[in-house]
Design a protein around this ligand. Structure first.
Ligand code: SAH
Length: 241
């Protein structure tokens, strides 16, 4: 039988015991009909696989005992994608693909030219969870709630590199801009793009403006391309660091 993978919070692990609750408990016991004695791989977003056995199943929680710990992935650099909110739930696609590529955090934002106002955080989190499982990731990317442009600018100080994708930039490439970064933010605009004032403010707050090539990409394409280029340049797509 295939051993399934379940994500937990670090606080759900106590010594050799794991407590599974919420959606993952439901998935394990109601959808997959797990019973006591079944094997599972538990993941707490730290690159370690906890090979475990179910020891008891209660009404709302299941308890597992850890049999073996395997370190399978060590991250050198973290990447946070700030993506302009998109129409027709198109950010769901960005979340799904971003997780497959290995983004750490996705933060949707509202700016001057954003046409959409609503973001379904719960659904985006579910998409991230499904995507992480589907692609065999040991990390569960975090999706944060909608933020606004000025709050995002204020966040810039918590990163060592802030990369801002703007179609009027003709020279600076992502690979050069992210080099040596350990905690990188990438900013991609909504369908309507950025205003000159927004670009100016981003620069003033420490962002480096980069090009994604000679053609104007759709916002969702731009997110995926910039993540790919940045993660590759940071060696986060390599097997060995
Ligand atoms: N509305 C703008 C384009 C917006 S594209 C226009 O029509 O002129 C959406 C976002 O994708 C942009 O805000 C930018 O962050 C990114 N983007 C698209 N193509 C790009 C390129 N060639 N270089 C850098 N960023 C790009």
């Amino acid at each position: 039988m295939e051993i399934r993978r379940f994500f937990v919070n670090p606080s759900d692990i106590n010594g050799n015991t794991v407590t599974l609750s919420g959606d993952e408990f439901y998935h394990m016991t109601k959808v997959l009909r797990y019973k006591e004695g079944y094997k599972a791989v538990i993941l707490a977003n730290d690159g370690i696989e906890l090979h475990s056995t179910v020891t008891s199943i209660g009404k709302d929680t299941a308890t597992l005992t850890i049999d073996e710990r395997k370190v399978v992935d060590v991250k050198n650099a973290k990447v946070t994608l700030y993506a302009g909110l998109l129409k027709n739930n198109k950010l769901d696609f960005v979340v799904q693909k971003g997780v497959e590529l290995g983004v750490d955090v996705i933060v949707p934002f509202i700016s001057q030219n954003t046409a959409e106002t609503k973001f379904n955080l719960d659904r985006a989190k579910k998409i991230a969870l499904e995507s992480a499982k589907q692609c065999g990731s040991v990390y569960l990317s975090k999706v944060e709630d909608l933020t606004d442009y000025d709050t995002m600018l204020g966040d810039f100080t918590s990163f060592d590199k802030v990369i801002f994708a703007y179609e009027d930039e003709k020279q600076t490439r992502i690979a050069d801009a992210v080099e040596g970064g350990k905690n990188v933010a990438i900013i991609v605009g909504p369908e309507g793009g950025f205003t000159p004032l927004e670009v100016q403010k981003a620069k003033e707050n420490g962002a480096e403006i980069v090009t994604l090539g000679r053609r104007i990409l759709r916002a969702e394409t731009a997110s995926i391309v910039s993540l790919t280029l940045a993660l590759d340049a940071l060696h986060e797509l390599d097997y060995e660091h």
